[in-house]
Design a protein around this ligand. Structure first.
Ligand code: ZN
Length: 656
């Protein structure tokens, strides 16, 4: 009970400090109120992807611009690192700041700025040389490339199909780390073009039907095509786990994989025409396509599909995990693509994602740079305004036409129906469940720590361990609905991450040393830690609980909370039953209610010590209740200890 008072007292003191003293006389108002006013004043609607609960905005009304809803929103949201995204009609979405995603207006300004940096081939090539160096350095690629093993890949049996063959490979890059993929080879004799095909994030990975269709069709027409798993996807997940994909390590490892496959193909295969080396991928695979062309000059034709943008770097850590767009004072994927001039490039864009601006922004910009070489016709754009973000037939046809022209492929062989769609397992290098994975293969993301900066890697690792924990907890529920699994997993992961981040950013030392007013003793480190952590914004908790209750049954919600608190409710209740053998129903109900309250409060604390301390507060309350109910907790506990001792002694005597 004393601890509750202490915490309540100190938290309210700290809270009062933050809100009243800091913002007094600063015309502060709750953010949610200000946003409601903005909706009424400008006749707009707001949809929230962020929590505004408890957020106080200083100089609130002074930030409003009576002539502009958007300027007002910018001024009001920016202190919280929120932004707005305009939707259809008068609707605006309020979101967290996203460093990799900007607006098309930003993209336009960026391209005007970039164009001002060069006006001819000479000034452009200076910039390009600097970009080449700095993108590479910011990616941290060379330290990895220098540690490669250059082993021969493990190759599967060759499977023969109509006009082409497929062979799986597993190429060891760093010691014990493999990149797996498939090589599609034309049946025709002579030297072939080569097309490296990095994969994007479409469901089904590189095994999916439209991917096999594209690989097979290009092969039938005369190009050797190589596709390979994303880091942490497909067979790579057997080695590092799927959570590893959402680490910035994925950005550099995937670049290394693409270049390693290119090295291997060009050095070992005698049937490749080195003057025809292409790269082609969609979405995240398109981002990699552009990056690979910026890193390596052996490519002679490139086709990024539904990815290229001056205002979106790619939303996955494998695309924007390393700060490559900070190169040379700031760049973007459109400028990185322009580095490919004057070699042939196709940009495929659509009307329903961030590439919708390509015809107006990125394509004219690319033409500007290609123009320095008198090669405006070497860059082409196929824009599909009615289509969305996929690698559908029209996009594949655009890619076929482009490579037919760039690499003189045999158009008469263009027929997707002749391609055999193989089952996923046929495309594995290491068999089902990785049964053939070599004994020397690494089997944990941690093993890659030696290749990365210590401080950064510890954050990566910690995120991955949180993700693993979350996945384990959620899988315990045996949910079948994939959407629900992903919703709950993200919800719990974000909560755990917020708790960790708050804890790390608010160490106990931020709470002043002080005296516990109730017992006169100095505050312990744990007391101060708990005071600091208890000041975490309430919406972190409510967001989790509301989300869980929306998606799950109450029983399932409780199961997740039990995972957070390692089953302390059941364990502690069993303890009460042992100590108070004649516990009444009413007493049990009181205890259970309080233990559940403890559980829900404890999930917002990071360490087991803290979680136990929260339970301790409620246990004191339960014991006080038992005392008030005519029992003596002290005596009950003493009796229990004596009973346990006596039982032990009896057992020991029996053994003798
Ligand atoms: Zn990714």
């Amino acid at each position: 009970m004393k601890k509750i008072f202490l915490i309540v007292l100190l938290v309210s003191f700290v809270g009062a400090n933050a809100q009243n003293l800091t913002f007094e006389n600063k015309f502060a108002r709750p953010l949610s109120e200000v946003l409601t006013d903005i909706q009424a004043r400008f006749h707009i609607r707001l949809k929230y992807d962020v929590d505004t609960v408890g957020k106080i905005l200083p100089y609130a009304d002074f930030r409003i611009r009576p002539y502009s809803a958007e300027e007002s929103l910018t001024n009001v949201l920016s202190p919280f690192d929120y932004k707005f995204v305009k939707q259809e009609g008068n609707l605006y979405k309020i979101r967290n700041y996203e460093y990799a995603r900007r607006t098309s207006e930003d993209g336009q300004k960026a391209l005007i700025y970039l164009k001002s940096l060069y006006s001819d081939k000479e000034s452009w090539e200076k910039r390009r040389a600097n970009l080449r160096k700095e993108v590479r350095a910011r990616l941290g690629l060379d330290s990895l490339l220098n540690k490669r093993v250059n082993a021969k890949p493990i190759l599967s049996k060759i499977r023969k199909f109509d006009g082409y063959t497929v062979q799986n490979f597993a190429l060891e890059t760093l010691p014990g780390l493999y990149v797996c993929g498939s090589i599609y080879t034309p049946n025709s004799k002579g030297k072939h073009a080569l097309i490296i095909c990095p994969n994007g994030h479409f469901g089904g990975g590189r095994y999916r039907e439209d991917q096999q269709q594209r690989m097979g069709t290009l092969a039938r027409m005369g190009a050797i095509c190589v596709d390979y798993d994303l880091f942490g996807w497909g067979e790579s997940a057997l080695q590092v786990g799927s959570a590893a994909h959402r680490s910035s390590a994925a950005h550099v490892i995937q670049a290394m994989n693409g270049l390693s496959i290119l090295d291997y193909m060009l050095s070992s295969r005698k049937d490749i025409d080195k003057s025809r080396v292409g790269v082609n991928g969609g979405s995240g695979g398109g981002t990699q396509t552009v990056l690979l062309t910026a890193l390596d000059q052996r490519f002679t034709a490139a086709a990024p599909v539904v990815s290229l943008s001056s205002h979106f770097d790619g939303g996955c850590p494998c695309e924007s995990g390393m700060p490559v767009t900070m190169a040379c004072g700031g760049t973007n994927n459109a400028e990185l693509a322009a580095m490919f001039a004057p070699r042939p490039m196709l940009v495929v864009s659509d009307g329903k994602d961030w590439t919708s601006s390509v015809p107006e922004l990125e394509f004219p910009y690319l033409q500007y740079v290609f123009g320095f070489y008198g090669a405006v016709d070497k860059v082409t754009n196929v824009h599909l305004p009615k289509e969305g973000h996929d690698f559908g037939l029209n996009k594949r046809n655009a890619v076929y036409d482009f490579f037919i022209s760039a690499f003189s492929l045999d158009k008469t062989k263009l027929d997707e129906k002749r391609v055999t769609i193989e089952p996923e397992e046929a495309m594995y290098s290491f068999g089902k469940d990785g049964i053939l994975l070599p004994a020397t293969a690494i089997r944990s993301f941690d093993k890659l720590a030696v290749y990365f900066d210590k401080g950064r890697f510890s954050v990566l690792q910690s995120n991955i361990s949180l993700e693993k924990k979350t996945t384990d907890w959620v899988s315990f529920l045996n949910l079948e609905d994939k959407k629900k699994i992903s919703f709950v997993t993200t919800l719990v992961y974000n909560h755990l991450r917020s708790v960790r981040e708050w804890h790390n950013e608010h160490p106990y030392s931020t709470v002043p040393e002080g005296i516990n007013p109730l017992n006169g003793k100095p505050l312990s480190q744990l007391d101060r830690e708990m005071i600091a952590d208890s000041a975490m914004p309430k919406e972190v908790h409510t967001k989790l609980m509301n989300g869980l209750r929306k998606a799950l049954t109450e029983e399932q919600v409780e199961a997740i909370l039990d995972k957070y608190t390692v089953g302390k409710v059941a364990f502690t209740l069993a303890g009460y039953h042992a100590i108070v053998p004649d516990l009444t129903e009413k007493e049990e109900a009181f205890i259970l209610e309080n233990l559940k309250l403890a559980r829900e409060q404890a999930i917002d604390y990071k360490s087991m010590k803290q979680i136990s301390a929260v339970f301790e507060i409620y246990k004191n309350k339960c014991e006080e209740y038992l005392n008030n109910n005519g029992r003596s907790w002290r005596q009950l506990f003493k009796d229990y200890v004596n009973k346990v001792k006596a039982e032990k002694a009896a057992k020991a005597a029996q053994k003798r």
